[in-house]
Ligand binder design. Structure first.
Ligand code: OGA
Ligand code: MN
Length: 292
């Protein structure tokens, strides 16, 4: 392979070195990267210089790009790219989403019945401190559950609500169009899935979005979820990324959650984002249903 790999965490994250992602990659390189991403939850590429077209083209090697319901965060030039930033335009309007605040443990698009699970974040401008992003390995977390807790979650379905997710956002991010509301009714997803390549069982969770467990009384459901979240987010399952400009990070939302530290609102942070529909033969892709 014309690239080297350097683990950044025992099971979760791996750096890929030696590639210039703005160049056309050889078919073997692409195949090698696809294989690598089916076992690592997080891939890190440093010192990349990508325009939006090049970023979108590289990401599309892993699956069709999805335009999420947050069309208000879409780049004006390449609509498959989302802008994640606290910056504002000349009229004081946010140029993208997610501002400067803390973002708690979540899995992107978990509120969708068919979540697109591939994500990429490319760092253009960064605050001098804060704004780090952490991921947690929910395969390792599942293996680490007690037998008893494992039995209580296996096969259970949780309710995922975008209304709950929105309530945790700042400012304009809380407001979505009527069309976006129609596309995001509450859904249920199974809390555990087997990885199609390795067979490893993993949890599927989103602390910002789950409201309870299907078929359980509200209090018992949230108590069970709280217990699972506590057990699943132990530091040994977590990789924290300290961003440098030019970093591109890919992650698999099928068996990870991520969170972000807040940063100084007066500092500038500009990230570019894509969402990919990953291949269910290589990745855990939750199959949800409408909540009752
Ligand atoms: C995201 C996200 C975190 C960050 O883009 O889905 O959670 O560090 N971003 O900006
Ligand atoms: Mn996210």
């Amino acid at each position: 392979m014309p690239f080297e790999t350097l683990p950044l965490h025992p099971s979760l994250a791996c750096e890929v070195r030696g590639l210039a992602l703005w160049e056309a990659l050889e078919p073997e390189t692409i195949a090698g990267l696809r294989e690598l991403w089916s076992t690592w939850g997080v891939l890190v590429f440093r010192r990349q210089a990508l325009n939006e077209r090049e970023l979108a083209a590289f990401c599309a090697l892993f699956g069709p790009l999805e335009r999420t319901v947050r069309t208000d965060w879409a780049s004006p030039s390449v609509p498959e790219i989302g802008i994640i930033s606290n910056l504002k335009d000349g009229q004081g309007r946010p140029i993208g989403g997610l501002g400067d605040g803390e973002i708690e443990w979540h899995s992107d698009q978990s509120y969708m019945m068919h979540p697109a699970t591939g994500a990429a974040l490319y760092a253009v401008e960064l605050p001098p401190e804060g704004g780090t992003t952490s991921w947690v390995d929910l395969r390792a977390a599942f293996s680490g559950l007690s037998e008893e807790l494992r039995r209580r979650v296996e096969g259970r379905r949780a309710v995922f609500s975008y209304v709950k997710r929105l309530a945790g956002y700042q400012g304009k991010d809380r407001v979505i169009s009527a069309e976006a509301q129609e596309k995001t009714p509450p859904v249920v997803h199974t809390l555990t899935h087997a990885h199609p390549v390795t067979g490893a069982e993993a949890l599927y969770l989103d602390w910002t979005t789950t409201t309870g467990i299907a078929g359980m009384a509200e209090e018992a459901g949230t108590a069970l979820l709280d217990e699972v979240y506590r057990a699943a987010t132990r530091p040994q399952y977590v990789y924290t990324h300290h961003w440098q400009a030019g970093d591109l990070v890919l992650w698999d939302n099928g068996f990870t959650m991520h969170r972000r530290e807040p940063f100084d609102p007066a500092a500038r942070r500009l990230m570019k984002r894509t969402t990919m529909i990953l291949d269910p033969a290589r990745h855990i892709v939750p199959e949800g249903a409408l909540a009752e």
